[in-house]
Design a protein around this ligand. Structure first.
Ligand SMILES: *[C@@H]1O[C@H](CO)[C@@H](O)[C@H](O)[C@H]1NC(C)=O
Ligand SMILES: *[C@@H]1O[C@H](CO)[C@@H](O)[C@H](O)[C@H]1NC(C)=O
Length: 279
């Protein structure tokens, strides 16, 4: 019984190690396949006003001069094949999700464009940020008419902003930057209030860091179990081997052997002694 237990534990922890290794490798295996094209918006604001000028730029290992790009709006392709798609004056119907693909790449990330009809708009690159990202807000007027007395608000509190660029910039956001934002500004003598946008900041970059920490902790625990199992297994083997020579060494090492002995050895010893007695 005592003999079986230790090697079983060793093989169990070995297969566990194999499983952990497979689990760690799985994401790398899954990310195989052609690279994705990269789609960006220029200027970067996802929300724009009617008649604004926007350009989508598709990057994906395109051979220069080759015009084989496919563009998709709300999932349907449209007949543009250059790597940049410019809309000089957007309309409400240009709203939606855009994607692109080149001959060498898989379908790109999806980029959202939201076109509204208004006097003043608080523009943002996106509505969701990760802790540590930079964030930029821009108070924008229809046809970029001159805006005066611009004020930005976060959860109804006025914010200080960069008086040079007239933009509100946060170099590293944290959860305190979540919440509602809007801006106000004067066009002539009239004060206009933008629609409110809701921004969420998600904590840290938790998923990958946490997974790595858990994997390392798991590996340490398994390595410890394996090492302990191996140690006991070897000690057990040594004790078993030694028991064959007990007669010779027992006197010298009686202290240490009394510590190493277990029931199996005692039985062997007992049988060994009985053989001696028979002779
Ligand atoms: C695309 O989808 C958006 C929102 O889902 C919609 O407002 C827009 O009209 C759609 N445009 C086309 C051309 O399908
Ligand atoms: C969040 O960011 C602001 C400004 O960038 C900073 O003053 C504040 O200390 C930060 N708060 C936390 C909890 O990190």
């Amino acid at each position: 019984m005592g003999r079986l237990w230790v090697p079983q534990l060793v093989t169990t922890s070995r297969s566990l190690l194999l499983w952990v290794a497979l689990l760690c490798l799985a994401p790398a295996i899954r990310s195989n396949g052609p690279p994705k094209a990269s789609l960006t918006l220029e200027p970067p604001w996802f929300n724009v006003l009617r008649e604004d000028n926007v350009t989508f730029i598709c990057e994906g290992f395109q051979t220069p001069g080759e015009e084989s790009i496919e563009w998709f709006h709300n999932g349907s392709s449209f007949p543009i094949h250059q790597d940049a798609y410019n809309i000089p004056a957007v309309n409400i119907k240009d709203s939606g999700e855009y994607q692109c693909r080149t001959k060498q790449t898989a379908l790109s990330n999806s980029v959202k464009l939201q076109v509204t009809s208004d006097w003043v708009l608080l523009q943002v690159e996106r509505l969701e940020f990760m802790e540590g990202d930079s964030m930029m807000l821009r108070c924008h007027s229809w046809r970029s008419k001159p805006l005066y007395k611009v004020t930005y608000y976060h959860n109804d509190k006025a914010l200080k902003y960069d008086s040079q660029s007239f933009r509100y910039v946060v170099s590293q956001v944290n959860y305190t930057h979540s919440g509602s934002y809007y801006c106000t500004g004067n066009l002539g003598k009239m004060t206009y209030v933008s629609p409110t946008v809701f921004i969420t900041v998600q904590g840290g970059k938790p998923s990958t860091t946490k997974v790595v920490i858990i994997a390392v902790a798991l590996l340490l625990v398994i390595a410890t179990i394996a090492a302990a199992a191996l140690y006991y297994y070897k000690r057990h083997k040594r004790a078993a081997n030694a028991s064959d020579e007990t007669g010779r060494i027992e006197v010298e090492n009686s202290m240490s052997f009394s510590f190493l002995k277990d029931t199996d050895n005692l039985e062997e010893e007992a049988s060994g002694h009985s053989i001696y007695q028979n002779h």
